[in-house]
Each structure stands twice: as C-alpha cells, then as structure tokens.
Design a protein around this ligand. Structure first.
Ligand code: ZN
Length: 261
C-alpha cells in the first residue's frame, strides 16, 4: 500500500516571473511531486488552481491520503466550496501539508481559526533551520540544523494557534526567528506547516527540504478509513441510553427530531 499524495500548486508565478519560470520550468508543484516520488512508498499527482474545481474533485480527494498546498498570489481565487470540501476531508482524516506562503491560504486560515499573519522581507537571506524535536518522524535523517543560502525571511509573531509540536525553528541572517515546522490535529486529520519555499529561490530542489516533505507525507498519512461520522450530530433516543433514565424537565425537540446545524 503506497501513500497517495496530491501536490496542489497555484501555478501562476512560474508563468509570469522569469526567475521562477527558470527555477521551476515544469511548475513548483511538479518539482515537489518529483521529490516525493523519490520515496517508493509515495505516489504523487498534481493539481493546479486553473484545473476544473482546482483539480480537487470529490474523486481526486477521495483518492488522496495527503494533500500538499502551495499558493501565494491569488488565494482569493480558490472557491469557497472547494475549501469546504478540503476541510471536510481533513476532518475525516486526510493529511494536509501547508507550504510557505500557504499560511494565508483560505484552507489554512479556516483550519487554524486565526489570522495566520507574520512579517517578512524578500532579501535572499541565509535561513538556518534548527531541528527542535530531534526524534520527531518529520525530522528523521536530518542533521541538527540545515541551511538554505537564499530564502525570504518570515518573522514572528506568527499568529497561529499554539501547535501540538514545533519541529523546526528558523533563524535568518537579519536576526529574526520563526517557528517554521508546526504540527496540528484537526478532526482526524494531521496538519503540518512548513515555512521554506519562496518561489524565486531553488528551495524545492534542496535535498534536506525534500527529505522533510517526504517525512511529512509519511507522518501525515492516516491509514484508517475516512471518519465520515465526524460530521454527524445524532439525536440519541432516551430508550437507547446506556443506563435506564426517565425523561424530565422541559424539552425543545420532539423525539427523533434533528438538531439545528
Ligand atoms: Zn514567499
């Protein structure tokens, strides 16, 4: 059984910016997918904003164990019903890996429930990424730290909820630090936010970044059947209580009536 990953790319900068186009001639999503395919236990397909339903049809999502998300320039173009569809799959157990500027994607903000803001500087600074959870599966095989010679700076405060685990913290040449590898659980789904990945730098060609992405896909994979019951709110009848009880007090609902949603 292989892990089925779908790499979602906004697929704009590659076509409108010469630097990005040269770094990622087949698109950032394809470079990321190729990196994932280095693990024989992962199959990786791609989907882009411009596809019908952004490439995230019910059929594609039902065959996706882990979704990776890179977006930047046009988060607002992602349709609300597709965001809702992706969120439901995460709650049911699909893994989600949100990359770099995806911190402002609709899906990440919805699942975090906070502004997800940060401050930034595009100056090609060295980023030193420290492993702060050495035994974490996402950090498997990595040295204590690794460096990207050119990256965009992201600085604290990163207005996300307190994570379950902080796997990486980045230091930048200009002096800022940033929590750059964060894990969350939403419903039955595992979520990993990974900071590096500015489009004008060759970040997704880096061997350590590739290792992190493959590790993260493996970590986020949930082999259990989708927890579709997570959306239900059944009105459980008195006669089905586990110990005998007698109804008392005032009632709003008739027996068997559905609740408000
Ligand atoms: Zn960026």
């Amino acid at each position: 059984m292989t892990i089925r990953a779908t790499v979602w790319g906004e697929n704009i900068h590659e076509h409108v910016n010469e630097v990005v186009g040269k770094l990622y001639p087949e698109g950032m999503h394809e470079t990321i997918a190729q990196s994932l395919r280095q693990d024989k236990n992962i199959t990786a397909r791609t989907a882009v904003l411009q596809d019908a339903e952004h490439g995230l049809t019910d059929s594609v999502l039902s065959q996706t164990d882990v979704l990776l998300w890179w977006g930047h320039k046009d988060h607002s173009a992602v349709a609300e019903d597709i965001v809702e569809r992706v969120a439901r799959r995460v709650w049911e157990g699909m893994g989600l890996i949100v990359l770099h500027s995806g911190h402002y994607s609709k899906i990440f903000k919805k699942l975090m429930g906070t502004p997800c803001s940060l401050h930034w500087r595009e100056a090609g600074e060295r980023e030193r990424i420290w492993v702060t959870s050495p035994n974490h599966p996402i950090a498997a095989g990595l040295p204590p730290f690794f460096e990207l010679e050119n990256e965009e700076m992201y600085g604290e405060h990163f207005s996300v909820p307190e994570p379950l685990e902080t796997v990486f913290i980045s230091w930048f040449q200009g002096g800022e630090v940033f929590r750059s590898g964060l894990t969350y659980k939403r419903g039955a789904g595992s979520i990993f936010y990974f900071r590096p990945g500015h489009e004008t730098y060759p970040t997704y060609h880096d061997v350590n970044v590739g290792k992190v992405l493959r590790n993260a896909v493996t970590w986020a994979y949930n082999p259990a059947a989708p927890l579709t019951s997570i959306h239900d709110a059944p009105n459980t009848p008195v006669e089905q209580s586990h110990e005998p009880i007698v109804e008392r007090g005032g009632k709003l609902h008739k027996p068997g009536e559905a609740g408000y949603k």
